[in-house]
Design a protein around this ligand. Structure first.
Ligand SMILES: Nc1ncnc2c1ncn2[C@@H]1O[C@H](COP(=O)(O)OP(=O)(O)OP(=O)(O)O)[C@@H](O)[C@H]1O
Length: 325
């Protein structure tokens, strides 16, 4: 038995003037699946969301929502729930009034509205603040309400543009829980995020866009394993800058100074290795000789999606402290 994909994107191309923003992108999202769209600035993520939500007519290619071809301009609010990045709430209305409004305009029948709104408020844990004006709620509460405005109509496809931008860890976790719960209930979720650690734990699969092209589409751990095999990263921090002789020793072993530092001022050194952890540490201490007295900390970690992103796009994802594998 085959299940109809909640979303099918088939050979999508979007050209702005002479600039190709999306080039032959094809993918599917199943009901219950969370797919994160990743990519550096200008990769084509927003363009893809605008095409999926029918706000932009592609140059060529097709999009199907639950098997039905999408025609840009038609109303899709019953099946697609879109949460844009900018907060779109009425600040002088209460949380409940906002949700009632959004339920009404996304096709929830009038008699269902009160129950749907109460359920959504409960889901975002804002029942006790239902009658508070939006502009009197905290930023994190407004973010949750913003998401609830999309969830209230129970769309079968959720399209979320950076739903956790600018929120603290606890709000981030509660937004993750909401997204997971809706996926478990059968909704397909497409989420654009720049938070690669978040994508790694939240997504069933990730799609990596770069310069309008789909560079990778896979489960996060599969993608990491396929890209880096068993390679891991060993980071050595020293208590002070090393003498040039000790710097040379570290470089002979294969260590490189932190990429934004020169060797004679670095107190952080990186090495890629696929040795098992215990052998790596053994080798390290044996090979370091007298340099080991200067070691403050040794850590070993597996590459993550940040490193995958760098591998495919060359883009730095956060600080210069993130090593290139
Ligand atoms: N309306 C437009 N007209 C012309 N070019 C555009 C238009 N919208 C986007 N572009 C270009 O298309 C490319 C993809 O843009 P898009 O906004 O989809 O990228 P993005 O991945 O969402 O970036 P970001 O992470 O910065 O939001 C960029 O080069 C951008 O300059």
């Amino acid at each position: 038995m085959t299940t109809t994909a909640a979303l099918t994107i088939d050979q999508l191309r979007v050209v702005y003037g002479s600039h190709s923003a999306l080039d032959d992108v094809s993918l599917q999202v199943r009901p219950g699946e969370i797919l994160s769209i990743l990519g550096p600035n200008g990769a084509g993520k927003s363009t893809l969301l605008r095409a999926i939500t029918g706000k932009l007519r592609p140059t060529s290619g097709q999009i199907f929502i639950a098997g039905k071809a999408l025609s840009p301009g038609k109303a899709y609010q019953h099946s697609i729930g879109f949460t844009p990045q900018c907060l779109g709430l009425y600040r002088h209305l209460t949380g409940r009034e906002n949700l009632e409004f959004f339920a009404g305009c996304t096709g929830v029948s009038r008699h269902q509205v009160p129950a749907r709104v109460s359920q959504a408020l409960e889901e975002i844990e804002l029942t006790d603040k239902a009658h508070v004006r939006v502009d009197h709620l905290s930023g994190g509460m407004q973010r949750r309400l913003h998401l609830a405005a999309t969830l209230v109509s129970h769309p079968s496809l959720l399209v979320l543009d950076e739903p956790t931008a600018g929120v603290d860890l606890s709000v981030r976790m509660s937004i993750h829980d909401l997204i997971r719960r809706r996926a478990e209930q059968g909704a397909a979720v497409v989420v654009v995020t720049h938070e690669l650690d978040e994508a790694e734990v939240l997504s069933h699969r990730v799609a990596l866009l770069h310069q309008g092209q789909l560079k990778a589409l896979a489960e996060p751990q599969t993608l990491i394993q396929e890209t880096f095999g068993n390679r891991q990263l060993c980071v050595v921090r020293t208590i002070h800058m090393l003498s040039s002789a000790l710097c040379e020793r570290l470089q002979e072993i294969g260590f490189r100074p932190r990429s934004d530092e020169s060797s004679d001022e670095s107190t952080e050194w990186w090495l890629q290795s696929d040795l098992p952890l215990d052998r790596l540490v053994d080798h390290l201490y044996r090979d370091l000789g007298e340099a080991r007295d200067a070691i403050a900390e040794v850590s070993v970690r597996r590459p993550g999606l940040k490193n995958v992103m760098q591998h495919f796009t060359g883009a730095r994802t956060d600080s210069a402290a993130e090593p290139v594998l």
